[in-house]
Each structure stands twice: as C-alpha cells, then as structure tokens.
Design a protein around this ligand. Structure first.
Ligand code: PLP
Ligand code: COI
Length: 367
C-alpha cells in the first residue's frame, strides 16, 4: 500500500436542479462532475500531492512537454448505480495495470495500481450524486497522465501529472442499440510494428481522426483499421475491439499482436463466451475471411466492444470497393445476449460471480 493520502478542497457544487437537468440527458462526454483528482510526479520526489479539488482548468506552461511531444496516456472505465442505490466500478485494477503498460511505452512514470483505484474511489465518492440512475447510463471515468515539464529538448519529461475526471454518460452511439456501419480505412493506419498501437495514448486517437472524418463522410460511425502492409489483417476500430461470430459456436477476434489495445471489455467477453461453451480464437483475422464467411453463411454476426461502446452490433463494413452487410440479420442473437449478460453484471441485475465489481458507495451510505 502506498502511504499517500489525499487532501480535499470542496467545490462550489451545482444545485440539485442543475445536476438533475444534466442527468436527464447526459449525452456522452460533454458534462463533468464537480470535482477531479490529481496526483503530481517528479523524478526527484516520485508521486506526491494527491488531491481532490474543484473540477476546472489546469495551469499548463506553454513550454510543457505534453503540448509539444504528445507524452500523454489515458484510461476509460465506468461506475454504475445499482437498484439499491449502491455504486460500483467495473474492474478498475485492470485499468490501473493497463495505464502502467501505456506509461512504460510512453516513457511516463508508473502509478501504483492501488493509488489509481484510490483516486477513482475518492472522486466517485465525493461526486456520487452524479452517477445516473437511468437505463444504459453510467458515470464515465477518464483518468489520464500528462508529461508536464517546461523543457523543449526531446526526452522523457521529469515531471508529470495524473488526473481523473468524470462525466455522466448515456449511450456512446445515439439512436438506441442499432447496428452501426464501419468504414474500412485502406489509406491510413493507426499503428505499425513497434509503434504505440497497444498503448492508450492520445497520439493514436489523433491519427484516427482524419480516417474517422472520412468514415463519417461515407455514412459510417467508426473506422476499421487493418495491418498497414496487407490492408486485410484486422487490428481494431478507432476506439473499440472487434469480434466476428461464426455459425459453429466460435468467436474470432484479433490476437493482442502489439498493435491493438488489450480491451478490458474484450477480455471479459472472452471469459463469458468461453463459459457458455463457445470457442474463442484469438488470432489473425482478415477482411477477406469476413467477406467470404458472410457470403457462404459461416460468419453470422460482428460486433464492436469497449467501455464507451459497451457491445455495439455491426451491420456493415464499407470500403470504396465493396461492402459486407448482415442486412436485417443484425443485431445478431449472440451479440445481444452477451451484451445483456455483461451489462447485467455491471448494473447488478445479474450475479457478479467473478468479482469484477468494486463497491465504492454501499446502499447504506447511499440512503
Ligand atoms: N480499442 C481502442 C482503440 C479503444 O480506445 C478502446 C476503449 O477503451 C478499446 C479498444 C476497448 O477497451 P476497453 O474495453 O478496455 O474499454
Ligand atoms: C473507451 O471506451 O473508454 C474509450 O476510450 C474509447 C473512446 C471511443 C471513448
């Protein structure tokens, strides 16, 4: 256990009416709670100055390294309110571990996982009223770390800051659980061998925005990235992992090949599917295989998964040259039933037999 304790500066909170107006229709990622958590790091002192403070702008020196060389990583996890009022978070220590894997790749300092979880707990506890109660709603938690040394030489910064903010959230894709269309990016890649594809760093998302715009121009909600050499071996979507379902009770998903993010939703779904007797093949999966499998009826469903997207059925994959469509067979049956199982565990309507939930506020405290 670390011996760092948090100091708290109370914010001027919004009124119940103001908060409830936001929670009626939170959207995704546009509203923020009253507080944030912050921990500072320096090479000389290590992690120190853990604080809960009012949500608001942070002072960043114009010479700060994050602004010039993009030394930044982030995480995404959710807190859910159960029927009895209690509040839980889903597998927070997994996010803490993954943050450290990203930190190593981006030459940022690792943060003890228990300090990561403690920062999340402290923030969710102080802003518990912001955890929505509505169906498909949650509190999206965004921990991130920035290099913060005022120095223009190109080297790993010797000062950094870890911050956690939180945002009440509804569905990431608007319009209910409708199959999405995805665009096959042939011109642009997200990651290359030895690059930062497996890290959750801002730069990967910056590189995905132009293809994401092209996807939108073509009526698609997300981009599918492939291996940059073949444009056939599937990596992942701009912000989600991908699964294909085969008619012989098999799920296919790209292996963690160093280019893709090791999704916690992906990992959880593999466990749930295997427990139902499905085979899960983690290996190279290609667009050709998808195309041929849909044509001969052996690939029956496709879905995207991630914290923000939960499980989102994919209706079609489009490219300038061809499209692969499930037509009115999407959303598929397994997609929807895995979604129901996972969200049931998260929201407390199903038993959490794997210990995936960490309770932050008990029903007694919430009462
Ligand atoms: N892949 C990318 C590029 C992502 O941004 C995300 C979202 O965090 C995922 C996959 C899914 O990861 P997780 O299930 O841990 O949210
Ligand atoms: C998440 O699911 O947490 C992400 O970071 C992905 C992004 C599309 C919001």
């Amino acid at each position: 256990m670390t011996n760092i304790t948090f100091t708290t500066t109370q914010a001027e909170r919004r009124t119940d009416a103001e908060r409830e107006a936001v929670l009626q229709n939170p959207g995704f990622g546009t509203h923020f709670t009253d507080h944030m958590a912050s921990i500072t790091w320096s090479a000389a002192e290590g992690w120190h100055d853990a604080e809960i403070l009012p949500y608001g702008p942070i002072p960043v020196d114009p010479a700060s390294s994050v602004l010039h060389y993009g030394q930044e990583i982030f995480e995404g996890l959710k807190a859910y309110r159960h029927e009895d009022g209690s509040i839980v978070v889903f597998r927070p220590e997994e996010n803490g571990r993954r943050l450290n894997e990203s930190a190593v790749r981006l030459a940022l300092p690792e943060l003890p996982v228990e300090l990561f979880v403690e920062a999340v707990k402290q923030l969710v506890t102080i802003d518990a009223d912001w955890v929505p109660r509505g169906e498909d709603q949650s509190l999206y938690i965004r921990p991130f770390m920035i290099a913060d040394e005022s120095f223009l030489g190109v080297r790993a910064a010797e000062r950094a800051r870890f911050i956690v903010i939180a945002s009440p959230a509804g569905a990431y894709f608007t319009g209910g659980i409708k199959p999405v269309s995805i665009w096959l990016s042939q011109e642009f890649s997200r990651a290359g061998h030895g690059g930062t594809g497996a890290a959750k760093c801002g730069g990967n998302y910056a590189a995905s925005l132009l293809p994401q715009n092209i996807a939108a121009e073509n009526g698609c909600q997300q981009v599918l990235f492939t291996d940059s050499n073949t444009v056939d071996t599937i990596d992942e979507l701009g912000g989600m992992n991908l699964f294909l379902v085969r008619s012989d009770k098999t799920l296919l998903t790209p292996a963690l090949n160093g280019n893709i993010l090791a999704g916690i939703t992906r990992k959880s779904l593999i466990e749930l599917a295997e427990a139902r007797g499905y085979r899960v093949e983690e290996r190279a999966v290609t667009v050709s295989e998808w195309r041929e499998g849909v044509a001969d009826g052996t690939i029956t469903e496709a879905f995207a998964c991630g914290t923000a997207a939960v499980i989102t059925p994919i209706g079609e994959l489009k490219s300038p040259d061809f499209s692969i469509s499930f037509g009115d067979k999407a959303p598929g049956e397994l997609t929807m039933s895995l979604r129901e199982e996972l969200t049931g565990i998260q929201t407390g309507t199903r038993e959490d037999s794997r210990g995936w939930l960490t309770e932050i506020v008990s029903s007694e405290q919430a009462a």
